[in-house]
Ligand binder design. Structure first.
Ligand code: COA
Length: 225
């Protein structure tokens, strides 16, 4: 059996959870030798985190000279994008999709590379997922959803049919996005929001119905301008 080396970038809570997810995948379908963590926080380098060594910073990955897999356990879209640009300079590195073994992917779910799908996620049909997205615990992705790149869907989300999630969006935990809504690039949806209308590029919206955060603060202050 040809096991590939794999590095997990990020020792935070997400990284430690992803390490357990990788062990679950390996238990049902052995694929990797998990070499350890990589972290740009030099304080952790050389230490052990949940029994795995922290091998170095992302600079170390640029020196890898055999085909190896990398999982970016980072939720911040801008950081993900910056690191992927850097790591793609090393042609030995690949970015597999990491999908929990109990998540069902049907033939009508298309995915690029470097996505992470954790336990309890449910996909409907005719879904296009780009690359380097995180779809976290117990989220549902409706039919005909299109998701571009580098976005993060936190746990417990319900994304309805025909929703479009543009690049680098963040959808906070436990939100509901209603059918056909477009979430613009770099938008942030607050935890627990109910999103009825399109969200502008770069906007942060909260509440039910979700509204831009500055408008909410203004209305709280009694300023309706
Ligand atoms: C929306 C969000 C990004 C705003 O963060 P922020 O810019 O730091 O905003 P603040 O915390 O300063 O809050 C600004 C105001 O919005 C309110 N607010 C913040 N988030 C809210 C939310 N999700 N729903 C309703 N109101 C919210 C705050 O109470 C505050 O109101 P105030 O001005 O009357 O005091 C953040 O609160 C959020 O929901 N992030 C999602 C995080 C998440 O789900 N993580 C999952 C980890 S697993």
């Amino acid at each position: 059996m040809n096991l590939r080396s794999l590095y997990i970038v990020g020792t935070g809570g997400l990284g430690r959870g992803i390490a357990e997810l990788l062990k679950s995948i390996n238990a049902s379908d052995p694929r990797w030798i998990i070499e350890g963590f990589i972290d740009d926080n030099t304080g952790t380098v050389g230490r052990k985190v949940n029994h795995l060594s922290v091998k170095g910073t992302t600079d170390r990955l640029l020196t890898v000279e055999k085909p190896s897999d990398v999982v970016l356990a980072i939720a911040n879209p801008a950081v993900k994008e910056r690191l992927i640009r850097k790591l793609k300079l090393n042609p030995y590195l690949s970015f597999p999709n990491i999908v929990h073994p109990r998540v069902e992917l049907n033939e009508f779910v298309a995915m690029g590379q470097g996505n992470i799908v954790t336990e309890g996620v449910v996909f409907s049909a005719n879904i296009q997922i780009g690359s380097f997205n995180l779809i976290h615990f117990n989220s549902t992705i409706g039919h005909d959803v299109v998701m571009e790149d580098y976005s993060t869907i936190y746990p417990g989300n319900n994304i309805s049919g025909y929703v479009k999630i543009e690049s680098r969006a963040v959808i906070g935990t436990n939100a509901a996005v209603l059918p056909s809504v477009r979430i613009g690039k770099d938008a942030i949806i607050g935890a627990g929001s109910v999103v009825l209308k399109d969200v502008e590029q770069g906007a942060t919206v909260i509440g039910s119905p979700a509204k831009p955060i500055n408008k909410i603060s203004n209305s709280i202050r009694g300023d309706n301008s």
